[in-house]
Design a protein around this ligand. Structure first.
Ligand SMILES: CC(C)(COP(=O)(O)OP(=O)(O)OC[C@H]1O[C@@H](n2cnc3c(N)ncnc32)[C@H](O)[C@@H]1OP(=O)(O)O)[C@@H](O)C(=O)NCCC(=O)NCCS
Length: 371
C-alpha cells in the first residue's frame, strides 16, 4: 500500500463546481477576481447550485426564497438560552443548532432532489440568523428578526447589531462572502461529501462540515490571526514576536496552503479591504502590522498569506466579535457545501479509503483474569 499522508495530491472525485488551476480559483469557470469585484453573494449561491449565473427573474426568486426561510424555529432560540453561554464557542453553538434544526424539518430525511434543494434553501437562509441570534442572546439581547428586503450581507450585519448597516460595510461583507463561498475539495467540503456519500441526510452533512471548519488549520485560522495580532499589540513587537515563533518552529496562522504555491488569489482582495476599512475606523495599525508580518513570513518561509490572514482585520474593522469570524466563514461556505452535497447525491458512491495497518500482527486473546 502507498500511503499519501493528508491525501495530498489525491484526486478523490470529479466536480463541476469550483477549480484551482495554476493558483487561479474559479467558480464554474468564473475567475474569483471577477466575481469578487462584481457579483452579489446571492448570484454566487445560484451559480454554485445551478452551474450558471441567474437571470434577473431567477435571482429575484432565489432572494425571495431565502428571505421567506430566514426565520428560526422558536425551539432553536430557546435552546440557546439553555447553553452554558459564557463557555460555548459560537462554532460549537452553530454546529449544535444546525443539527437541532434538522429535528424541526419534516423533510429532513426525504432524499428526492427537490426536497434536498428545499433544504439547501432553508440552511443557507437560516445560518446567518443562527449566528447573529446566538451572538445577541449571549449578550443578553433579544434576537433581531431578518428583513425580507435585505440581502444576506445586509441582513447579517443588521441582525448582529440591530442597526441598518452602511453601504461600505455591506459591500465589504458581501465581497467576503463571495470570496469564501467555495474552494474545491477543502477539508470541510470533503467531510460533507464523505458524510452524505453514505446516503445520510443534508443536515448531517452540514453539521459534519461545520465540525471540520472549526479547526484552526482550516476556518478557525481567521480567529487565531486576530488573537495573534492582539497579542502582538504594537508594530515594534511584530518582528521579535514572529521571529521567535519561527525559531520555535511554530506555525503563523493565516499563512501557507495545501494547494496554492505562489499565493492565495483571495488574499489580495481581503488585503485591499483591510487597508481601506482600518483607515476608516481609525485603526490602521492592524493593517500595517499585518503587512509587516506578511513581509517577514514571506521572506523567511516563502509562505504567502491565505484567505484567513487579512479577513481577520476586515471583520474586526466591521465591529464583529473575534469568535464570530469562523461562523461567518460557515455562513458563506455553506453555499459551497450544499452545492457539493447535491452534486454528491447526483452520482453517489460510498467514500471509503484504506489504512495501512501498523499495529501488532496476530495475537492470541487472553481472558481478563489471566492478564
Ligand atoms: C494550511 C496548512 C494546514 C497546510 O498544511 P500542509 O499542506 O499539510 O503543510 P504542512 O503543515 O505539512 O507544512 C509544510 C511545511 O511548511 C511549514 N508551514 C506551513 N504552514 C506554515 C505556517 N503557517 N507557518 C509556519 N510554517 C508553516 C511547516 O512547518 C512545514 O515545514 P517543514 O517541512 O519544515 O516541517 C498549513 O500551511 C497551516 O497550518 N497554516 C496555518 C493555518 C492556516 O492558516 N490555515 C488556513 C488555511 S486556508
Amino acid at each position: 500500500m502507498t500511503v499519501t499522508r493528508g491525501l495530498e495530491g489525491v484526486v478523490a472525485t470529479t466536480s463541476s463546481i469550483s477549480s484551482i488551476i495554476d493558483d487561479t480559483l474559479t467558480y464554474v469557470g468564473y475567475n474569483i477576481d471577477d466575481l469578487a469585484e462584481n457579483a452579489t453573494f446571492e448570484e454566487v449561491i445560484y451559480l454554485l447550485w445551478h452551474r450558471r449565473l441567474p437571470n434577473a427573474q431567477e435571482l429575484a426568486e432565489l432572494k425571495n426564497q431565502l428571505a421567506e426561510n430566514a426565520s428560526l424555529p422558536q425551539e432553536i432560540l430557546d435552546h440557546f438560552k439553555m447553553y452554558p453561554i459564557d463557555k460555548v464557542h459560537p462554532m460549537a453553538a452553530l454546529r449544535s443548532a444546525v443539527s437541532l434544526l434538522g429535528l424541526y424539518d419534516d423533510e429532513a430525511d426525504l432524499m428526492d432532489e427537490q426536497a434536498n434543494y428545499r433544504k439547501a434553501i432553508r440552511l443557507q437562509a437560516k445560518l446567518p440568523s443562527i449566528v447573529t441570534a446566538f451572538s445577541r442572546i449571549r449578550k443578553g439581547l433579544e434576537p433581531v428578526a431578518p428583513r425580507k428586503d435585505f440581502s444576506i450581507a445586509e441582513n447579517f450585519l443588521y441582525m448582529l447589531s440591530g442597526k441598518e448597516p452602511d453601504a461600505i460595510a455591506v459591500e465589504a461583507f458581501n465581497k467576503a462572502l463571495v470570496l469564501h463561498a467555495d474552494h474545491e475539495l477543502n477539508a470541510s467540503t470533503f467531510t460533507a461529501r464523505v458524510c452524505v456519500a453514505t446516503l445520510s441526510d443534508v443536515y448531517s452533512g452540514i453539521t459534519s462540515a461545520i465540525g471540520a471548519l472549526k479547526g484552526p488549520l482550516h476556518g478557525g485560522a481567521n480567529e487565531a490571526v486576530m488573537k495573534m495580532l492582539s497579542e502582538i499589540g504594537t508594530l515594534d513587537n511584530v518582528e521579535p514576536y514572529i521571529r521567535e515563533k519561527l525559531a520555535n518552529k511554530e506555525k503563523i496562522m493565516g499563512f501557507g496552503h495545501r494547494v496554492y504555491r505562489l499565493g492565495d488569489p483571495r488574499a489580495k482582495h481581503l488585503r485591499a479591504m483591510s487597508e481601506k476599512l482600518t483607515q476608516l475606523t481609525g485603526e490602521p495599525q492592524w493593517y500595517v502590522m499585518s503587512t509587516k508580518i506578511e513581509a517577514i513570513v514571506t521572506g523567511e518561509k516563502k509562505l504567502p498569506p491565505n484567505v484567513d490572514f487579512y479577513s481577520a482585520s476586515v471583520y474586526h474593522s466591521l465591529g464583529i466579535d473575534h469568535d464570530l469570524f469562523t461562523p461567518i466563514f460557515a455562513v458563506s461556505r455553506v453555499s459551497g457545501w450544499l452545492a457539493h452535497i447535491l452534486e454528491q447525491y447526483e452520482n453517489n458512491r460510498l467514500i471509503r479509503p484504506r489504512a495501512d495497518y501498523t499495529g501488532p500482527s496476530l495475537q492470541t486473546y487472553v481472558p481478563v483474569e489471566q492478564r
